[in-house]
Design a protein around this ligand. Structure first.
Ligand SMILES: [Zn+2]
Length: 374
């Protein structure tokens, strides 16, 4: 990519001599608008991810990271509509569907001391994205108000942290997830993290089924744990994670005891209230465990969607951080309480906030790719 950095998010702004009239491109109530406003640092409505289209040199997709689609999970691609004879066109956000209406050419033009970017639609190359009538951003064959500045959104806050290592196989991270039946989750739920980055693969299986199979084979009483030589063959040499139930009552309330689930890299113990802080951040971990609360009643146990919790903890195993949670200490997450893009990595109870969900959103997909590559 000659001048846009792949995997970054951008703000689009129209610069003018009037410093009070420099609108941002923003998603508002599902529409693509231009607003003279400061950057939305709560819901990511000004953030757009730009990615090259494979096999179509010079074209990019532009994806909103802040739009709340009805299913809250789909990617939300900037999509243009118009005809070859139309002088204007409209913009909308639609689910990813590799069509020419979602492909954009981004032309960079030097203007005084800065670059302006002109964005044309592959399906309607005579139309350029510009601030149109009213507050809408639309497409036109008139170039006025079409020179956008692109500002890379540099805050680390919106990218999950990476203070733990993972033992990587070559260039790939293969996580073998051994789920105990006592964990009371469907191990296949973890595969919602698959098919996002070609460098990340989750291989879930039932530990109990494996154990009983091995016992029948060998007559041994097998107790499988990470790094055991009898870890199933395709899963060996991967990054093993065991998922099990845990009674969090035993954890001191000052630590992460209130949590209903936790991912713990190897070497951490649940008897140590500061177990997340005793890790050497420069060291790669070799395996980990996900512990899910065993309570089904009370303020912690009730209302918790175990599937959502499970997928969230697998996100931690993939080095994604909590959102909307400020953690002090050695590893502050550096984002504010108010930062709530739609994400499975939000902290809270499913159903209480519109930004909570049970599977990776477009924003989560963006972060995973940012971490591990496409
Ligand atoms: Zn978390």
């Amino acid at each position: 990519m000659p001048y846009l950095s792949e995997g970054d998010a951008y703000l689009f702004r129209i610069r003018s001599l009037d410093v009070h009239n420099q609108p941002l491109m923003r998603v508002e109530n599902g529409f693509v608008r231009h607003r003279v406003a400061s950057v939305d640092n709560t819901r990511a409505t000004d953030l757009w991810a730009i990615e090259p289209v494979r096999g179509a040199n010079g074209f990019y997709t532009i994806e909103s990271l802040g739009h709340r689609s009805s299913d809250r999970r789909s990617r939300n691609m900037l999509t243009g509509s118009g005809t070859s004879t139309s002088t204007t066109g409209t913009l909308s956000l639609t689910a990813y569907n590799s069509v020419h209406n979602q492909h954009w050419r981004i032309l960079r033009v030097r203007n005084d001391d800065s670059w302006r970017y002109y964005i044309t639609n592959r399906a309607n190359p005579h139309l350029v994205v510009r601030t149109g009538s009213g507050n809408n951003v639309d497409m036109s064959n008139v170039m006025v108000d079409a020179g956008w500045t692109l500002e890379r959104y540099g805050q680390t806050s919106f990218v999950g942290g990476g203070h733990f290592g993972i033992n990587r196989l070559h260039d790939r991270t293969v996580v073998s997830l051994g789920v105990r039946s006592s964990a009371r989750v469907n191990f296949l739920d973890s595969t919602t993290w698959n098919d996002i980055s070609s460098n990340v693969e989750i291989l879930p299986f039932s530990v109990d089924a494996r154990e009983s199979m091995l016992s029948a084979e060998t007559g041994e009483d097998m107790h499988i744990y990470p790094m055991h030589p009898r870890w199933p063959r395709p899963y060996r040499n991967s990054f093993p994670v065991v998922v099990e139930e845990w009674n969090f009552v035993r954890i001191p309330p000052t630590g992460f005891g209130q949590d209903v689930g936790i991912f713990m890299p190897d070497g951490t113990t649940v008897v140590d209230s500061s177990f997340l802080h005793d890790q050497d951040p420069t060291r790669d971990w070799i395996w980990g465990t996900i512990k899910l609360c065993d309570r089904s009643t009370g303020s912690v146990g009730s209302g918790i969607n175990r599937s959502a919790l499970f997928v969230h903890e697998v996100g931690h195993a993939l080095k994604l951080n909590d959102i909307g949670w400020f953690r002090t200490g050695l590893y502050p997450t550096r984002h504010s309480y108010h930062w709530h893009p739609v994400s499975v990595m939000n902290v809270g109870t499913l159903g209480t906030h519109e930004y909570m969900l049970s599977a990776p959103s477009g924003y989560d997909r963006f972060n995973l790719i940012r971490h591990w590559g496409r």
